[in-house]
Each structure stands twice: as C-alpha cells, then as structure tokens.
Design a protein around this ligand. Sequence first.
Ligand code: MZP
Length: 499
Amino acid sequence: VQILPEVSRTLNEYLLVPNLTTEDCVPDNVDLSAPIVRHPVGEISPLRIAVPLVSAIMMAVSSPRLAIALAQTGGLGFIHQNQDVAAQAKQVGAVKRHKAGFRHSDINIKPSATLGEVSRLLRAAERDIAVVTEDGTGTGRFVGLIATTDFHPQRHDLNGTVESRMRPAHQLVTAPTTISLSDANTMLWDHRLDLLPVVTAEGHLASIVLRRDYELHKQFRNESIDDDKRFRVGAGINTRDYRDRIPALVEAGADVLCIDSSDGYSVWQQRTLAYAAQELGGVVPVGAGNVVDGRAFRYLADAGAAFVKVGIGGGSICITRDQKGIGRGQASALIDVVAERDRYAQETGVYVPICCDGGLLADYHMAVALALGADFIMLGRYFARFDESPSNLVNLDGQMFKEYWGEGSQRARNVTRYDQAETELAFEEGVDGYVPYAGSLYPNIARTTAKLRATMVSCGATTLPAFHRDAVLVQVSQQSYQQNGAEVRLRTGERDSGR
Ligand code: MZP
C-alpha cells in the first residue's frame, strides 16, 4: 500500500493573497480567454474560449438552449451523452444551426396569438425568440412596447404558467407608437432587459424582441464563434459506443468531444482516444478524464487527450466518496495534476489544458481553481440553476428551485440507457435533488466574470497564464471558517453569497 503524505484539501481551504495592482491592471483589461485543446508550448491553442467556463456533461444541465446561451457569453456547452446517438447529434446540430446575430423568425405567429400560444410555438421550434409584427411577416411596424423583467421563455414553464408569472414591470412606450427594431434593441439595452414582448393596442402579443446576440458578444468579449457565425459546441462520449457516436457527432458539427466518466485512468479511455486519433485521423479533439493525480494525467496525455478533466467525488450531487471511498480533495488533485502538466509541457513541448470539474460551491472557488493552475472550469450545479438548463422549475413551500440530479443516480439511469440491458443500478453514485432557482444565465455569468476580473486585478494579473504564475494562496484555518460565518442581519437587499 502507498499512503500519500499530504492531506486531501478542497478549494474551500484556500484564499488568495493580493499582489501589487498596477495602473494597467483594471477589470476592463483582464483577458479571461483560455485554451481548450492541446497545443505546442508558446503557440495558441486551436480552440479557445473567451470565458473559462464550460457546462457539465449532464442531462440536467447541458441542453442546446444552455449551450447557445453559454456560447453567446463566451463559454462552451457540452451536450450530454445519456441519450442515443441520433438524439445527441440532433442536439449538437441545433446549436450549430443557431446562427449568431439578429434574425427575423421564420415561425408563423398570428398577431392575435396569446403569450401562451407563442410560448408553445417557440418551444416546439426550439427557439428562444420570434419576431413578428402586425401582419405576422416580421417586416411590419410595431405598435407598442411593454417590458417585463421576469419573462423567461424556458422550455418547461411555457405551457401556461408563464402567463401567471408574468407581470408588466414598466410600460416603456404606450400604444400606439411606431418603433423600429433598432429602437427596440436600444431600449432593451438601456433598461437592461433580455426580452421585450410587444403588444398591440388591443393587448394582443405582436412580437417578442431579444437583445441582439452581437451586443452580448460585445459585453462578454465573445470568441466562441468559428467564421461562419456558428456557435461552438462540445459533446460527451463514452468508451463503449464511440465507433458510432464519434462519427455522428463530428458529422453534426461538434467542435470538441470529451470522454465522460467518473474514473478516466483506464485502458478503455486510451482505446477511445486511439480510435479518434488513428481511425478518424484526429478530425475532432477529444478530452478525457476524470483524474485526480499526475500519473493518470500523464497516461491520458500520452494517449493523445486534447485536455484532461480533474475531479472525482467533489460534485455537488456526487456520493462516490461515500459509496466507494474513491476521490481526492479538488485542490490537492489540481495541485498534483497541474505540476505534472507543467513537467509534461517542459519535457514534450506540448501543453495539455486542464479542466477543473465539479465541487465549486461559491464563485470565488473558480478563482481559486484558476489560480491553482486550472485552464478552464466545468460546472453542473451552477448552470442547473438557470432558466436555460433543461430541468423543471418547481415551487417548494413558496421558494423556486430547479431539479438537478447526478448522472450516476437512478433517475439518470431510468432515462433510456439505450445500451444497457439492466435498468436497476447495483448502487447509486449520484443523488436526485433541487437547486435554488437563479434566473437567467446572462446576468449570472456577467456577475461571476466581474468577480473573476476583480479577483485577478487584486492579484495583479490580467491574463490567466499570469494568474497561474503569480497567484499567492494561503490555507485557511478552522478559526477562519468560524469568523467568516459571523451573522450580520442585512438592513437592505440580500447578500450575494456567490453560491
Ligand atoms: P457540480 O458542478 O454540480 O458540483 O459537479 C458537476 C460534476 O459532477 C460533473 O461535471 C461530473 O463530473 C460530476 N457528476 C455528475 N454526475 C455525478 C454523479 O451522479 C457526478 N455522481 O459526480
């Protein structure tokens, strides 16, 4: 037996110590872009994202809608693989077909349609937005605007419940008024709204206007679009049906794949990577994982992994540590793997990015993970809380929650595990539960990235490589937790705990 000398530590056990902040070190100058796939040291990765956040390869998290919203804000979604090959390829295709930029809807909506009817049409067409006008062609004139602040056309709450939740927040322009699309867009921007239902003088819904995608790109410095204005998207694969799944996902346009497993240190992952490299000629990069130590990182890097995902047992819905006694604190795992990544880069001249996956409870844990050397971060619970995730929104005792369950839970297994004869798991490794509803992804990503920029500024870094190099971290004591927990009753507003 070998017993590692150091204690297994979590991200929660570290804080960042400020470095000197210079004149140029301001939030606007902070570049959060990150490499996704391996590249020669000193060169730029062929696949980068503007914001180092990707969505977990999970049914409750990564739908086309979430992947589009995430790409719009500079990150990357990974469409889950707990579905048959054709269904997953269709979801990848839905993201690729969504063209960046504003466009009129080709959905035919009668001007007299009610909000509920429009919502159902949007859902059926897998669209966020339709633009229709008085004559239903998308080219007529608008007759009035009423903005609502809490209208989110998410898939599952569109069949009627939207109408009851919807309330006009401000009447921006009273009917009848003619207004151009660009005026509407300006209003959305000025009033910090994502959506604007447009109603006629009779009170019928004539149109919904979405803030232009390109404005989002400007806000989030998005680079997640390749030249054809298509959003980038990733997809999960497994080590069983990869011969069918990989070609179908490549055909559907997936930009990057990732072998989805709780334990990636296996010969099966090596064979899957070899198939992608040799028989498919490496047409699409394939990441691998998950691992928690340097040996496993090197094994997958040698096998050709485009990136390596780190984390076992830390996920918010994960009970692997309780059930199997396997795992490692996420900070300790990262420190070990990052050191091996850097040794590997020195020895081979190849930089293999690291993704920190799971168990990030507060926004500042993302900063700690990046400071410890992670290139980008995969999140499940964080994204599951938003409108754009595919799970149901439920009201529990007056509080709104979204459903969220692990891929190792019986619930995930019950949803057509097409390639497995048995439906009962010998034991579960994930739980099925709820996470507090947090509204739309857009303002949340904006807030999280603002915090990341502010942290990096305090640490004197304007790029992630500089942050890796210069960050100073300290372990916190048990007493610090107690001090952090001191209760202060708020006079106004709510405390943003970053959770
Ligand atoms: P979190 O962001 O919710 O803390 O963790 C998400 C991560 O947990 C996923 O990316 C995946 O690695 C892991 N996961 C997913 N399902 C399970 C499970 O059922 C799990 N045990 O651990």
